[in-house]
Design a protein. Structure first.
Length: 189
């Protein structure tokens, strides 16, 4: 069980505000007000708004990389690896909807960790691409443009944080299964 520290509470509150207003529009006073504490008290737990953003984005990016690495070394078929990637996105997004907004919309505001984040993102996309190319070479996937496939699937997965909050009745397992079916099999009967 994860202990919910004051720093964790600050990060969670900030993620909500960043999603609602955007990182640039949120001040430390906004975060303090949302937490019903004095702004100066925030600095007992964090150094800056930049540290908060970095904690949100880097932790999620590293979680995606960790999950992708497990998928890559598995003995699954390319199709099952792609299904696992979809499950990974649904799982992480379902549990971090506010943080995912920052990951997708505010990453360019990272200062000291921008290069690190961009490397994580590039590596993740390259690993995703390699699964698709493997599927094509093993004749498990259509011999289509891997870049279009990657873009189509990843664009949908990256926007889940917008759609999931409106679907309280949808279980993550069901969503992952339905998404896998549509993204990998299409909608044509």
């Amino acid at each position: 069980m994860k202990i919910n520290t004051r720093k964790d509470q600050i990060i969670e509150t900030s993620a909500i505000l960043f999603k609602e207003k955007g990182y640039s529009a949120v001040t430390m006073r906004d975060i303090a007000k949302a937490m019903d504490i004095k702004a100066a008290s925030l600095y007992n737990h964090i150094k800056s708004k930049q540290e908060i953003l970095s904690d949100i984005i880097i932790s999620l990016a590293e979680e995606f990389i960790k999950g992708m690495n497990v998928i890559l070394v598995s003995e699954k078929s390319s199709i099952d690896k792609l299904k696992s990637v979809i499950e990974l996105h649904v799982d992480i997004t379902s549990n971090n909807q506010n943080g995912m907004a920052s990951l997708n919309n505010d990453w360019m505001h990272l200062d000291g960790k921008l290069e690190y984040y961009l490397k994580l993102r590039k590596d993740y996309e390259e690993n995703f691409r390699s699964i698709i190319k493997e599927g094509i070479s093993k004749n498990e996937l259509h011999n289509s443009n891997p870049e279009v496939m990657l873009f189509s699937i990843l664009s949908t997965l990256r926007s889940l944080y917008i759609w999931i909050p409106n679907k309280d009745d949808l279980l993550p397992e069901t969503l992952a299964s339905d998404l896998s079916n549509v993204l990998l099999n299409g909608i044509v009967k």
